[in-house]
Design a protein around this ligand. Sequence first.
Ligand code: ADP
Length: 259
Amino acid sequence: PPGQAPQRKPIAAIEKIKYIVAVSSGKGGVGKSTTSANLALGLSALGWRVGLLDADIFGPSAPRLFGLGGQKPEVVDNRLVPLEAYGVKVMSIGFLVDEDVPMIWRGPMVVQALGQLLGEVAWGELDALVVDMPPGTGDVQLTMAQQVPLAGAVVVSTPQDLALIDARRGVAMFQRVETPILGVVENMSYFLCPHCGGRTDIFSHGGARQDAEALGVPFLGEVPLDLAIRETSDAGTPVVATDPKGKYAAVYIDLAEKV
Ligand code: ADP
C-alpha cells in the first residue's frame, strides 16, 4: 500500500549485483527499450560489468536489439545463463517463448515470470543491472519496486504533452513506493535534417526537462530523433555498440555517467 515500506525477501540470484536501475516510460513507443540498451552499453563502455533484464513481458525487444533473436539460454545448476552481446549479459522472456506467440497472461503469471527472470538467472557479479520495464504502471512495476532493491528509476519520455502526462504518473508511482528517481530522459528531443542541417522539433522540445524541474527530479539529457539510432537498433547493433566513439554513443555515455 502507498506509504508503507515494502517488504523484501532477498533474492539470491541478484545479491551480487551492485546497482539495479529500472528504465521505465509512461507509454509505449517512446524509446524506452532503445534507451535501456544504449544505457547498458554506455555503462559497459565506462568499464562496468553490466546486465540487461528485459522485463517488458508483453513486448520483449532485447533479443532483437542485441542481435540475439532465436537464441535460447542454457540452463546450468537450475539457473538460466544470460546470453551475452557486446559485453552485456542479456535475459528476456523473448528467449523463452516464440516471437509470434502473444503473451496472454493475467497479473499473477506475469509476476511469476518476472520472479523467474530475476531469481532463476545466473547473473553472477555485476556492477549494474539495467531493467527494461514494460510501459505504464502495472503489476511488473509494482513487483519490481516492492521486491527488488532498486537503486532507482530512469523515466524516458518524448517532449510531447501526452507522453509527459503518462511519464508524470510513472514518476509519482516510483515516488510512492519510495524508489529514487535517478532522472528523466527526453528521447526524440529534436531532429536535425541530414540534407539541409535544419532543425525540426517533431514531437516538440524541452517538455521533459520542464517536467523534471517542476517535479524536482534530475534531468539527464536529450537524445535526438535520428535515423542512425533507429537503424542500428533494428539491425541488432545498438548505436553505442556500432560506433562507440561516435556522437550518439557520447550522448548515451553521458547519460550513463549521470545515472
Ligand atoms: P519503447 O520501448 O518505448 O516501446 P522503442 O525503444 O522500442 O520504444 O522505440 C520505438 C521505435 O522508435 C523503435 O523503432 C526505435 O528504433 C525507434 N527509436 C527510439 N528512439 C529513437 C531515436 N532517438 N531516434 C530514432 N528512432 C528511435
